[in-house]
Ligand binder design. Structure first.
Ligand code: AP5
Ligand code: ZN
Length: 214
């Protein structure tokens, strides 16, 4: 299967995707995680992306499309892939369709995580992440066993640079103006499902599964 998870920042895409990836042995492709990895390694690409990300704007289509193209070549992705935070523009959606067509595959479902903007400030400002694995926690809603320490590796958790109320506003603007047009793009293809992301993690998981099982 090839599934896209879309929705505003903090809607829960990165919380649900790892479980989906483990249960099905599908690869989890988060362009946000891939970009943060480039930034932390200080690569040329990372240097280009860093400021843009810290300001809450979108990096260029060419950059993210190139990253996804590389990742899709990995064998595990041919079993299935979960796209998390990609595509974010209509040109990215068109490029993805083309890439998949070339390998004789296609998108099976697009799940929109629907949630009011007002809920997202608390989720974003309370998030703590383990950069190396992409695992995320929340100080109130899903705290780690030891404050600011990753449960599995024992390494410290950090707060993302873009997880402030100010930058969140910019990210929300980018979502509503530039990303929501992809909803129409996929709805016209009959691929769009919308779930209520303003529910407990487990309920969102059940709704997600119900919508992607054939
Ligand atoms: P990216 O990393 O994709 O950030 P985002 O889309 O803003 O999404 P988030 O990671 O903030 O939200 P999420 O839905 O994953 O939330 P999570 O599950 O962690 O992108 C970052 C930047 O990279 C972009 O701004 C852009 O610059 C660039 N970029 C990335 N992709 C790009 C692209 N394709 N094109 C161009 N630029 C791109 O949950 C959030 C918090 O809430 C957590 O603390 C979690 O524990 C908690 N939580 C989750 N679910 C629940 C629940 N049900 N109840 C209570 N709390 C919950
Ligand atoms: Zn995420």
């Amino acid at each position: 299967g090839k599934v896209i998870l879309t929705g505003p920042p903090g809607s829960g895409k990165g919380t649900q995707a790892p479980q989906l990836s483990q249960e099905n042995c599908w690869c989890h492709l988060s362009t946000g995680d891939l970009l943060r990895d480039e930034v932390s390694r200080g690569t040329e690409l990372g240097k280009k992306a860093k400021e843009i990300m810290n300001q809450g704007a979108l990096v260029s289509d060419d950059i993210v499309i190139g990253m996804i193209k590389n990742k899709l070549k990995e064998p595990i992705c041919s079993r299935g892939a979960i796209f998390d935070g990609f595509p974010r523009t209509v040109p990215q959606a068109e490029a993805l369709d083309k890439m998949l067509e070339e390998e004789g595959s296609k998108i099976d479902k697009v799940v929109e995580f629907n949630i009011p903007d007002e809920i997202l400030v608390e989720r974003i400002t309370g998030r703590r992440v383990h950069l190396a694995s992409g695992r995320s926690y929340h100080v109130k809603f899903s705290p780690p066993k030891v404050p600011d320490v990753d449960d599995i590796s024992g390494e410290p958790l950090i707060q993302r640079k873009d997880d402030t109320a100010e930058v969140l506003n910019k990210r929300l603007q980018a979502y509503h103006s530039t990303t929501t047009p992809i909803l129409n793009y996929y709805s016209q293809k009959g691929l769009l499902a919308t779930i209520n992301a303003n529910q407990p993690v487990k309920t969102v998981w059940e709704d997600l599964l119900r919508n992607i099982s054939p």
